[in-house]
Design a protein around this ligand. Structure first.
Ligand code: NAD
Ligand code: MG
Length: 391
C-alpha cells in the first residue's frame, strides 16, 4: 500500500489523480490533499477520499473546513499555510507526492518532496523550469524517484532506456521530438491574435486543463516551458529538442535514435494515462482511459511551429540557452502576464511583450542556490507588475 499526498488536489491534475487512485484502493491510500482557496471542493474530496490531513492556504478557510469535517464526523486534520505544504510531503508515512500546484508556488513543497526522497510525480513544470540544475542535483543527491507527468515528458520517458542519465548521445538518442497541439489559435495571424479573449484562449481543442496552462498552451509558452523541462529531465541540449506541431494530440512525443528509429508513445489525450504510469511505475494499471481507436483517429498530421506568431516559444528557448536565472525570470514574468490577461488587463499579444521586456531588463545571474532563484523570481514579478501598471 502506498500513501499519496496530492499537492493541488482540487485542480485538473489533482482531480484526475484522485480518479486513478480511487480505482485502486488495494494499492493506494490518500495521506494528504491540499488546495489554495477552493475549500468547498476540498471538503467534497475529503468526504470522498478520507485523507489524514487537508491543507488550505488561509487559516480562516482551514477553520471553516475543520467545522464542516467535524459536522460530517470525519477525523481529517486541517492545517493552513505554506509550511503545512512542506510538512505533508515530508511526513514519514508518505511514499508518493503528486506535485500538481500551478506555478512558482509549487517550488518549495516539490523540492521538499525531492529532498525527502519520495516518489515525485512532477506535473508542476514551473518548479523545474525555475530551479533546473538545483532540482536535478537534489534528485540525484537524495535518491528521489522523479517521474514526469507532463504528457510529452511522460511519453519521452517511456521511449528512452530506463537508465537514461548521462546525456542522450550515450544511449544513441539523437533528438527528442516534443509534440504540440498548436493550441486553439494554430494557424492564426498575429493580427487576428491581437484581440482574442481569455474564454477563447481557455477553450483548448484536445485537453481540458487549468486556466493558466490553457493560456500557456495558446501562446505556446507551455511548449517553451516544456522544452526547458525536457532539457533538465533528459540531460538534453536545447538544440536536441525539436517542437513538432501535431494537431490530433495522439502522439504525445517521440525519441529519435542514431540508427534511424523513432519511438513514439500514443494514446487518447487524457492525463490519467501519464498519472497512472507515474503511480504504478514500473507496473501498469488501469487508468480509466478508453483504448485508442486508430481508425477513428484516421490520420496524424505534423507541421512546424509558427514562431513569428507565437514568440513565447523562442523566448523560452533563448532563456534556456542564456541559463542561470533566465528561465526563472521567464516563468515569473509569464505568470504575472497570464494573470493580467485572464483579468482583462492585458492583451493576448501583450503576454510575450511583458516576458521579453522583463528578460531584457534583468541581468542573468548564476542560479547558484535557492536564494538566487527565489530572488530572481521575486524581482521579475515586481518588474513585470510594475511595467503593467506604468503602461
Ligand atoms: P489548476 O489550476 O486546475 O489547479 C491548480 C491546483 O493548485 C489547485 O488545486 C489550486 O488550489 C492549487 N493552487 C493554486 N495556486 C496555489 C498556491 N499559490 N499555493 C498552493 N496551491 C495552489 O491547474 P492544473 O491544470 O491542474 O495544473 C497543475 C500543474 O500541472 C501546472 O503546473 C500545469 O502546468 C501542470 N500540467 C497540467 C496539465 C493539465 O492537463 N491540466 C498537463 C500537464 C502539466
Ligand atoms: Mg504537456
Amino acid at each position: 500500500m502506498l500513501a499519496v499526498t496530492v499537492l493541488g488536489a482540487t485542480g485538473s491534475i489533482g482531480t484526475s489523480t484522485l480518479d486513478v487512485v480511487a480505482r485502486h484502493p488495494e494499492r493506494y491510500e490518500v495521506y494528504a490533499l491540499t488546495a489554495h482557496r477552493s475549500r468547498e471542493a476540498l471538503l467534497a474530496q475529503c468526504r470522498r477520499h478520507r485523507p489524514r490531513v487537508a491543507v488550505l492556504d488561509r487559516e480562516e478557510d482551514a477553520a471553516w473546513l475543520r467545522r464542516e469535517l467535524a459536522e460530517s464526523g470525519l477525523s481529517t486534520e486541517v492545517r493552513s499555510g505554506a509550511e503545512a505544504l512542506v510538512e505533508v510531503v515530508e511526513a514519514g508515512e508518505v511514499d508518493v507526492v503528486m506535485a500538481a500546484i500551478v506555478g512558482a508556488a509549487g517550488l518549495l513543497p516539490t523540492l521538499a518532496a525531492v529532498r525527502a526522497a519520495k516518489r515525485v510525480l512532477l506535473a508542476n513544470k514551473e518548479a523545474l523550469v525555475m530551479s533546473g540544475a538545483l532540482f536535478m542535483d537534489a534528485v540525484a543527491r537524495h535518491g528521489a524517484l522523479l517521474l514526469p507527468i507532463d504528457s510529452e515528458h511522460n511519453a519521452i520517458y517511456q521511449c528512452l532506456p530506463h537508465e537514461h542519465r548521462g546525456g542522450l548521445a550515450k544511449h544513441g538518442v539523437t533528438q527528442l521530438l516534443l509534440t504540440a497541439s498548436g493550441g486553439p489559435f494554430r494557424g492564426w495571424s498575429p493580427q487576428a491574435l491581437a484581440t482574442v479573449t481569455p474564454e477563447q484562449a481557455c477553450a483548448h481543442p484536445n485537453w481540458s486543463m487549468g486556466r493558466k496552462i490553457s493560456v500557456d498552451s495558446a501562446t505556446l509558452m507551455n511548449k517553451g516551458l516544456e522544452l526547458i523541462e525536457a532539457c533538465w529531465l533528459f540531460d538534453a541540449r536545447p538544440d536536441q529538442v525539436k517542437v513538432v506541431v501535431h494537431p490530433q494530440s495522439v502522439i504525445h512525443s517521440m525519441a529519435a535514435y542514431s540508427d534511424g528509429s523513432v519511438l513514439a508513445q500514443l494514446g487518447n489525450p487524457d492525463m490519467r494515462t501519464p498519472i497512472a504510469y507515474g503511480l504504478a511505475w514500473p507496473e501498469r494499471i488501469d487508468a480509466g482511459v478508453e483504448a485508442l481507436d486508430l481508425f477513428q483517429v484516421a490520420r496524424l498530421d505534423f507541421e512546424a511551429p509558427d514562431e513569428a506568431a507565437f514568440p513565447c516559444l523562442r523566448l523560452a528557448r533563448e532563456a534556456m540557452v542564456a541559463g542561470g536565472t533566465a528561465p526563472a525570470v521567464l516563468n515569473a514574468a509569464n505568470e504575472i502576464a497570464v494573470d493580467a490577461f485572464l483579468a482583462g488587463r492585458l492583451s493576448f499579444g501583450g503576454i510575450a511583450e511583458v516576458v521579453e521586456r522583463t528578460l531584457e531588463a534583468l541581468p542573468v545571474a548564476p542560479a547558484a542556490d535557492l536564494e538566487a532563484i527565489l530572488e530572481a523570481n521575486a524581482r521579475a514579478r515586481h518588474m513585470a507588475s510594475d511595467w503593467l501598471q506604468r503602461r
